[in-house]
Design a protein around this ligand. Sequence first.
Ligand SMILES: NC(=O)c1ccc[n+]([C@@H]2O[C@H](COP(=O)([O-])OP(=O)(O)OC[C@H]3O[C@@H](n4cnc5c(N)ncnc54)[C@H](OP(=O)(O)O)[C@@H]3O)[C@@H](O)[C@H]2O)c1
Length: 303
Amino acid sequence: MSSPRTIAITGASGLVGQALTEAFAADGVRVLRLVRHPVSKSKPDEVYWKPSAGEIDAEKLEGVDVVFNLAGKGIADDRWTPAVKKLIVDSRVNSTRLIAETVAGLTNRPRALVSASAIGFYGDRGSTPVDEDAAAGEGFLAEACQLWESANAPAWEAGVRVAQTRIGIVLSPKGGALAKMLPIFKLGAGGVLGSGEQVMSWIALPDLVRALRFVGDVEAMHGAINAVAPGAVTNREFTTTLGAKLHRPTVLPAPAFALRLAMGEMADPLLLEGARVTPQRLTAAGFNFETPELGPALDRVLA
Ligand SMILES: NC(=O)c1ccc[n+]([C@@H]2O[C@H](COP(=O)([O-])OP(=O)(O)OC[C@H]3O[C@@H](n4cnc5c(N)ncnc54)[C@H](OP(=O)(O)O)[C@@H]3O)[C@@H](O)[C@H]2O)c1
């Protein structure tokens, strides 16, 4: 286990990318950010790339210790039309393939490529716990995650250590699912979604940042790694806990049909289905979660 001196991040402007950048910078690690706009000389830590065109300034990545690949169009930003679904997949597969090929072609390769994936890989699993050995599930997200993970192949075929971190629902008031829920819950209009029995496998943003850094540092961390807290909960438990933290009632349920009407196809995989994902490999490797249970995790991120 050793800490990096220089790292590179794709998707650096995103929720996770920003938090990871700040954490490394606070420790004096140089962070190169891959950006999709022209780079000026006054910003030496920006590296130009354009995944949709297969363009990247590869030379600037020579000698980087670890690459974190977090890029991708937000999955809940727009209704899932065929064009949006294509962009969700392409924005991940093209960027991952480009960074994996680039890393493979460097003279001084990084010691690890830590790529994002998602627990959507597992599909809808009811309440049965699933660890990294579980097979892929069914549906659009599960298929997208498989394509996304496979796009790392050029790097691992070249002998680079590759980890696909299957990230759970990231808890932060700054973005993602919790940021969407907060205004509704604060109005006292939060409630159980559908049956409320679907399992939500979450991770607090500070623990995700620590987990990504751990995966980058620890030689044994390669292949699929679930980045979720141990304390997954049902949607009903999540709703009650969040309502209690905000001192608001949560008596207004959102029936499945209404969610489907409002959100279309994404309502089922994103809100009405779930999987009890376990962080088997992180835990076995000695990673300690600062907030393994939901209540303290919400206290931490909402503080
Ligand atoms: N947040 C969650 O709950 C969650 C859960 C599971 C998995 N994940 C995955 O973890 C990764 C990071 O999540 P996040 O919450 O930080 O995502 P995010 O806030 O949506 O940021 C993703 C970043 O990807 C880049 N991007 C956006 N559209 C793109 C496109 N069409 N082509 C290439 N790059 C594009 C952007 O960065 P630039 O503008 O800097 O290029 C954007 O800031 C994502 O791949 C996400 O799918 C997140």
